[in-house]
Unconditional design. Structure first.
Length: 198
């Protein structure tokens, strides 16, 4: 019985010591709150970069270099959209009626909706340079071109149905990050409705 009592107190002391050790470096309540706000990152820009990376925005918005291993992002043209000078194959509507076609850098798409081109998301005047955060949130939430209510809907393959579920805080972080990347002057061609496939 005596041994059991000693063991009990020893376990209690170890528990107290462990608790104190593990909590010695616990961040202040404010830091923990900040981390929660930034998805575990130290600021909005880093969180935004993380979101843009994992959501694959570059898949359709960054021109690629075509390598033996397949297309890889051209980091010098990060998120600058379909290059204005890049030719897009002319396809007849019946060639894409049952499916869709894309350039090998995935920045230009042809399908039953017509032709669409990955937009310039850099903070240049030809991208989102003059956009407000509200405009950006509107563009993703309501799938509206330029984020303006009186504009046309955004066309496929922009994943509007899934991205409209991003929270205000997530969209705000993405916008903050996009405003920090290199501005690239690139006028992306206008969307063309199906008749223009000819
Ligand atoms: C599968 C391809 C694809 C992916 C992935 C994608 N986009 Fe897009 N996005 C497009 C296309 C194509 C357009 C142009 C649609 C149009 O012109 O109607 C577009 C348009 C936009 C626009 C509107 C630009 C304007 O001038 O109105 C914004 C903003 C945008 N994308 C942001 C994003 C962000 C942020 C991500 C990642 C979270 C993303 N996109 C991921 C294909 C994609």
């Amino acid at each position: 019985m005596k041994n059991q009592t000693i063991l009990f107190f020893a376990v209690c002391i170890i528990c107290v010591l462990c608790y104190r050790c593990t909590n010695a470096n616990t961040p202040l309540v404010d830091s923990a709150f900040d981390n929660a706000m930034y998805g575990g990152y130290t600021n909005d820009t880093a969180w935004g970069q993380h979101l843009v990376t994992i959501l694959g925005c570059g898949d359709c918005h960054t021109p690629k270099k075509v390598t033996a291993q397949g297309p890889v992002d051209d980091s010098s043209l990060l998120l600058s959209g379909h290059p204005s000078q890049a030719p897009v194959p002319q396809l007849m509507p019946d060639q894409v009626a049952k499916g869709l076609a894309a350039t090998n850098d995935l920045t230009a798409w042809i399908g039953p909706w017509g032709r669409s081109y990955g937009a310039n998301l850099t903070p240049d005047s030809t991208g989102i340079g003059s956009w407000s955060k509200e405009q950006f949130i509107n563009a993703i939430r309501k799938a509206k071109f330029k984020g303006l209510d009186n504009e046309r809907p955004l066309m496929p393959p922009m994943p509007a149905n899934s991205f409209r579920n991003l929270t205000d805080a997530e969209l705000s972080a993405i916008f903050t990050y996009l405003k920090t990347i290199k501005p690239i002057h690139n006028i992306v061609p206008d969307y063309q409705p199906p008749m223009a496939n000819k």
